[in-house]
Design a protein around this ligand. Structure first.
Ligand code: COS
Length: 399
């Protein structure tokens, strides 16, 4: 067993950290205050190679491994959750699912533009009545000649107003629609298609510098060559996408804990009470120690999942465990960070109130705390077991 990171891992961490400091942090407080997302940041992330970090070089990617993706997510979220969310939906949920399920023709068609950020991509599973109960989706796909016609809407879609294309999960209508077991299909839908529209969601508690919205399909016609997998594979495609998305959320959450530690160690060493830094107080030390615990356990959990992706092991249970554990630890760390800062932690002069608001969302999206709790128990009780997958993510090193 080898726990060491490679020179490349450390270089990628340094590059992502520098990028975050120079391209994300400046103006962030204002963007967050004004709930203004920066489209230009996506171009810069693409130009720096991060959007294609774990995409094979033959498709224009950085050719790095899946642990590197986690490291990039950690460092970007250490600066701001909005940047990590881009990695989650564009790289994790969309690009990697295309790497897993796409035909050679589909990969050659889409991956080069996705790897370089020329095209930005989103993921559309959630609907007003289909959140945790993902199988309850109502968006329909009806076969029509050599394509499908989509109707319905999706909500809480990150990059809804920025993305050029979306991985959309729809219920197959006609024939199988009324059968006891609905069938689903997954499509890559271009936003320029007639009948597609989007609308921003305003008033979010956190991730205010990120774009979130609803998307609508009004008789949107997609070619059959835009379907990932076959008819009936849609739910499996969605669940595999979540294996990748949850990895980015789990690793990003460690970045929030690191950011809390950055802020709190500085503050606790500078702020004095009774002539002594508050860092000398045992109750403050206890909170710092708990953050260290969350950071190190979180890293072990996501490094393990990155390794499992590298070697091609199914990791649905492990990624759920990492997402569940790390999101809770990040929210707890942010809460403690406010406590350490006292009243200063309650306003945006210090960044910790933003960490608190941003970390709350991740406890909900990509599987709520409750869903992951149940999933973990079901595996242990023998009520859930993973079958071999129909299509697997390419192992690393890429051939
Ligand atoms: N990869 C590929 N296929 C998978 C898979 C994965 N990770 N996980 C499940 N599948 C397949 C199963 O093998 C099964 O296939 P068959 O039809 O061949 O048997 C099918 O998908 C259904 O899987 P399962 O029986 O596990 O589905 P459940 O209805 O039990 O799933 C949960 C229930 C709660 C796990 C699921 O609905 C879920 O994850 N909900 C949360 C959704 C979510 O995170 N939404 C947030 C989106 S924000 S981007």
């Amino acid at each position: 067993m080898d726990f060491s990171l490679s020179t490349e891992h450390n270089q990628i961490r340094e590059a992502a950290h520098k990028f975050a400091q120079s391209e994300i942090v400046p103006g962030l407080r204002e963007r967050d205050r004004e709930a203004r997302s920066d489209r230009g940041m996506l171009d810069k992330m693409g130009a720096a190679g991060f959007l294609g970090v774990c995409v094979p070089a033959k498709y224009g990617g950085m050719d790095a491994d899946y642990i590197s993706l986690g490291i990039v997510c950690e460092e970007l979220e250490r600066a701001d959750t909005s940047a990590r969310v881009v990695m989650s939906v564009h790289t994790g949920l969309h690009t990697m699912t295309l790497m897993q399920w796409g035909t050679e023709e589909q990969k050659a068609r889409w991956l080069p533009d996705l790897a370089t950020g020329k095209k930005i991509a989103g993921f559309a599973l959630t609907e007003p009545n289909a959140g945790s109960d993902a199988a309850n989706i109502r968006t329909t796909a009806i076969r029509d000649g050599d394509g499908y016609v989509l109707n319905g809407s999706k909500t809480w879609i990150s990059l809804a107003n920025f993305a050029d294309q979306f991985l959309v999960i729809a219920r197959l209508a006609g024939g199988s629609e009324d059968s006891k077991r609905p069938r689903y299909a997954a499509f890559i839908v271009d936003r320029t298609l007639r009948g597609f529209s989007s609308k921003a969601i305003h008033g979010k508690l956190g991730v205010r510098a990120g774009d979130t919205g609803e998307i609508f399909f009004d008789n949107v016609r997609v070619g059959e060559d835009c379907m990932l997998g076959e008819e009936g594979d849609g739910f499996r495609v969605a669940m595999s996408a979540l294996d990748h998305g949850r990895f980015t959320v789990a690793s990003g959450s460690v970045g929030i804990i690191v950011a809390c530690l950055d802020a709190c160690t500085k503050y606790a060493n500078e702020r004095t009470v009774g002539g002594k830094p508050i860092g000398t107080k045992q109750l403050v030390q206890q909170m710092i120690a708990s953050m260290v615990q969350g950071r190190d356990i979180g890293r072990l959990l996501y490094y393990q999942v990155g390794w499992m992706k590298n070697v091609g092991l199914r990791h649905t249970r492990e990624v759920s465990l990492a997402k569940w554990t790390n999101c809770a630890a990040a929210f707890d760390a942010a809460n403690k960070a406010i406590e350490i800062h006292g009243a200063y932690g309650y306003a945006d002069e210090f960044p910790v109130e933003r960490y608190f608001r941003n970390s709350r969302g991740a406890v909900i999206y990509e599987g709520t705390h409750e869903i992951h709790t149940i999933v973990q128990a079901e595996y242990e009780l023998g009520m859930r077991a993973d079958k071999p997958l129909k299509h697997t993510l390419p192992t690393w090193p890429f051939s």
